[in-house]
Design a protein around this ligand. Structure first.
Ligand SMILES: [Zn+2]
Length: 135
């Protein structure tokens, strides 16, 4: 016999998940034992551990965190909170699809990219320095 209380809870939880917006963002990063720039570039020394944590909510699925940990040998382990490889790819795909990339040509997004990166374009950038006679 089915437990109707659990079925009801499941339906209520699913209704909440169905209303959640899909969203993935990098919320935390940490480097344990980072090498000096010289050791990194000249000797190939890597940090003892690098951690990146992504928070997610996916419409109809739920919410949680993905934790990536890479050791000094380059082995990466991922705590998916039981989401699995396919769902992790979907979440990272969402993040990439919604990110502003370095080749952005929309002026507002280009400006925002530079703000977030703390970068500044050279004078060859046609977006920051439009050629004479163009807006
Ligand atoms: Zn620019």
């Amino acid at each position: 016999m089915r437990d109707t209380k659990d079925d009801d809870k499941g339906r209520k939880l699913q209704a909440i998940f169905n209303q959640m917006p899909s969203r993935v963002s990098l919320v935390y990063g940490y480097t344990e034992g980072p090498p000096s720039i010289e050791d990194e570039y000249e000797k190939g020394v890597r940090a003892k551990k690098v951690v990146a944590v992504f928070a997610f909510s996916m419409k109809g699925y739920g919410f949680g965190e993905l934790t990536f940990v890479t050791d000094e040998d380059g082995q990466t382990c991922i705590d998916t909170e039981c989401s699995g490889r396919k769902k992790v790819k979907e979440m990272l795909g969402w993040l990439v699809d919604h990110a502003i990339i370095d080749h952005e040509t929309d002026p507002e997004k280009h400006k925002r990219y530079n703000e977030v990166r703390g970068a500044r374009c050279g004078e060859n950038c046609k977006i920051c320095y439009p050629p004479e006679g163009e807006p």
